[in-house]
Design a protein around this ligand. Structure first.
Ligand code: GLP
Length: 255
């Protein structure tokens, strides 16, 4: 595994030979954080990339890693959507992670995609993160539009948890869960803002596969701009980006 440090030593890029190694490395870092923190507060992400990360964490749980002391906050949820809708991120998290580990029910939280008053739900979500002491480690994927969470371009770096409109490209990217009918993907979502994400003490982004190479290059080596919300990561004091060789394929890495 190759390690490259960029942005005046603030961002660490880890180059893994393949997607499986990248996801296992991410899981190992999450486990290190969980073991080291007295009250771990994990920020969690969804998407296909994360499935292998959660699989690795479930494997580590079977080998003794406990989630009992963890609190979790997810980045985002579709709006509107029922919690028990199998296409919701609530259902995704239950399937991929929560039901396999010893996490305490009631200590996991996602924005409520069925909240009758979304603005109130967003404020309550921010309050809950603050009451938990803030997020210690935030896991992130990246969308083809450069989004983190569902922060589509343009997203000001000061944004907080809010209701957003999804780009058509994002709805197409996420159509698989909706029987490949992108028109059925909800048009809106509740997401932590870029500012909410930047408040986490450590950030851990994972991107794998050739389809992500262009946006990874834009985010890490293009301008820092609200047009690519993942470029905000370069302003964070403690961010690690784990890439497989395909996702890293267009990086110059000459800094
Ligand atoms: C969704 C999530 C994002 C995630 C993205 C990447 O859009 N809201 O948080 O980063 O998916 O998904 P995938 O890993 O499937 O490429």
């Amino acid at each position: 595994m190759r390690h490259v440090v960029i942005e005046q030593g603030r961002m660490e890029i880890v180059l893994a030979p393949d997607a499986m190694t990248a996801c296992r490395e991410a899981a190992a870092r999450i486990a290190d954080y969980m073991r080291g923190a007295p009250d771990p507060v994990l920020g969690l992400a969804t998407g296909r990339t994360m499935e292998a990360v959660y699989r690795a964490l479930v494997g580590m749980h079977r080998d003794g890693l406990s989630f009992a002391r963890c609190r979790t906050f997810n980045l985002d949820e579709y709006y509107p959507i029922a919690r028990d809708d199998p296409r919701s991120y609530h259902a995704y998290m239950h399937e991929q992670l929560f039901r396999h580990v010893d996490i305490v029910p009631g200590r996991t939280r996602l924005p409520d995609g069925a909240a009758p008053e979304p603005e109130r739900e967003c404020r309550a979500y921010e309050d809950a993160i603050r009451a938990a002491g803030g997020i210690g480690l935030q896991l992130l994927g990246i969308g083809l539009t450069g989004h983190i969470g569902f922060n589509e371009p343009p997203s000001d770096f000061a944004t907080r948890t809010r209701l957003v409109e999804l780009d058509e490209e994002t709805r197409r990217q996420n159509a698989e869960m909706f029987d490949d009918r992108w028109q059925d993907v909800p048009r809106r979502a509740l997401t932590m803002g870029v500012g909410t994400i930047l408040d986490a003490r450590c950030l851990l982004m994972v991107a794998t596969g050739a389809a992500k190479a262009r946006i990874v290059r834009d985010a890490l080596e293009g301008p820092v701009t609200p047009m690519v919300s993942a470029s905000a990561l370069r302003q964070h004091p403690a961010c690690t980006v784990i890439l497989d060789s395909e996702a890293a394929g267009l990086l110059r890495l000459d800094r």
